[in-house]
Design a protein around this ligand. Sequence first.
Ligand SMILES: Cc1onc(-c2ccc(Cl)cc2Cl)c1C(=O)N(C1CCCCC1)C1CCCCC1
Length: 233
Amino acid sequence: KEKVELTKEQQALMKLIVDAYNKHQIPQDFAKKLLQEQYSADENFLLLTEVATSQVQVLVEFTKSIPGFLSLDHEDQIALLKGSAVEATYLRSAQVFSKKMPTGYAQLLEERIRKSGISQDFITPMFNFYKSISELHMAQEEQALLTAVTILTPDRPYVKDQQAVERLQEPMLDVLRKLCALQHPQEPQYFARLLGRLTELRTLNHFHAEMLTSWRTDDHKFTPLLCEIWDVQ
Ligand SMILES: Cc1onc(-c2ccc(Cl)cc2Cl)c1C(=O)N(C1CCCCC1)C1CCCCC1
């Protein structure tokens, strides 16, 4: 049984990613705000768009801290951000919500989200995903690395130099694989289960796109950043 351990540079890479992931955290208060007051549907929706906007801002800052990202072709940087924004946001909000939430909070949150005019068709898959993430009991290092791996997906639409992205993603995957072996020695399939979550994440992209087009008609307003990253209006 070969002894798995991280090299010095792998430890340094992991520390960089984890620090960046923790540095850019949106305050937990959006869940508290959502749970506190009884808002109208419009106020609920506005609150959600504010949260989504700050999540995207946090995502952009985290992405810029990924070693090598800013050396990529500028158009490819944009293509990677736009291609991964929804997945990375679901991944981060899953981690926020999978933290020990007092019982009943998730239900109350679901009710508030539903009251914002977002149909159950889009809320159910989101909470299913949250459940499958929380069952993994991911360490924060795994969460940070999995988010970086998601962002550095070479086959996003419009990426020109996919090899350059692969060269950044591969070392992240190596660290993540070793980390899973170290943190879950009794679960040899854990790394594969983690990557399986990325497949489930892609289905949320589809729901998100459907949600946005279903709102094209009525007066759902987004912020300029959301319009740009989600290609709406
Ligand atoms: C992407 C994405 O990933 N996570 C979220 C998220 C989840 C839960 C909370 Cl309480 C807040 C957010 Cl931002 C999120 C997102 O942007 N959402 C969620 C979509 C599914 C229902 C809840 C809201 C919408 C999108 C339209 C504009 C309003 C915010």
